[in-house]
Write a protein of this length. Sequence first.
Length: 370
Amino acid sequence: MTFKGIHIVDKKLASGETRVYVYAWRGGPRMHADINDDEAMMLEWLRLTRERPAQASDGPRTVSDLIKAYVASSDFSGLKDRTKIDYKAALDRIEAKFHAMELGALEQRGARADIRRWRDAEFADRKRTGDLTMTVFNKVLNFGVDQEEILRNPLEKMAKLSAGTRRDIIWSDEQMQVFSARAPRHLARAMILAKWTGQRQADLLKLTWKAYDGTYIKLQQGKAGRGKAGKKVKILVSDELRAVLDEIKAEQTARANHEDEKKRRPAPVNILTTERGTPWISGFKASWAQAVKDTGITGVTFHDLRGTFITLAHRAGVLIKDIAEASGHDEKECERVIRQHYLATGSETVIRSLESAAKRRKRTAGEQDL
């Protein structure tokens, strides 16, 4: 492709060697891709110029131009930082293939089929990544329609590659036992906290000791539907979870009062911490993924612990109306929410039923061993 405004400088070093420095534009950021690798150069140039103010052009508008306009809009700037990171990765994938495609071509018959064939081939073994990429592409094209850059969105109502839900995927008792026994203790605790609360990873990592009064955990969820505030939830703490929380508190207190002053650490306000006793700012996903790999567990994610909580509650005989009462939904809405692998809150009925079921399983296992 043509790199508009790219700036190349030949610099002579003290050793006498001449080195080539490439900049995305005069006065712009330096590019580090191999100058002989056209594809790598193209992708880095597109990424660096994406947030640069649009430059006047005599040629037809392209998908790359539309993406630049989208990134500069409030549609993109209003997203959460974590979402922006995921969207930028998707935009990289889209631009790598369609950067030079003229917007007029999107309105022609066959554009939808061409994009779909690319998606099916490129993401055959990465269906969820493919779905995210197409979701972002769809948003960019909807933005184009709103801006009257294009007359129609060829991706409208395109079916997903993946099944779209993980509600049938849960952690088995054996998997939870293996992870609890073999994973680093600070991560095993995170699993137990998720198992007994049904809350999202982000909310659990932010959970502080102020939210726990010895009997209940009360928290404000940080994520909800479009335009809705996260729900306030109140969760009865099970015996197993209480034991884990007591263990964490004792460990944090001991570290804060360590006899060796150099090893002392201030008692953290967060319940879950890194192995060093510091709050999780980043790195949890990578640490979790490595622990799951090391324990030999496959096919489940941290998010699936939410579905595990829901499924165990159903198996324990909890009625939908009880879950609905605890979550604040009407029963029909609660059924829809459960089908989508989401539970807004726990309740005393749910937690006590789960504990009773767990105790029955232990008694049955003990009788079988006799």
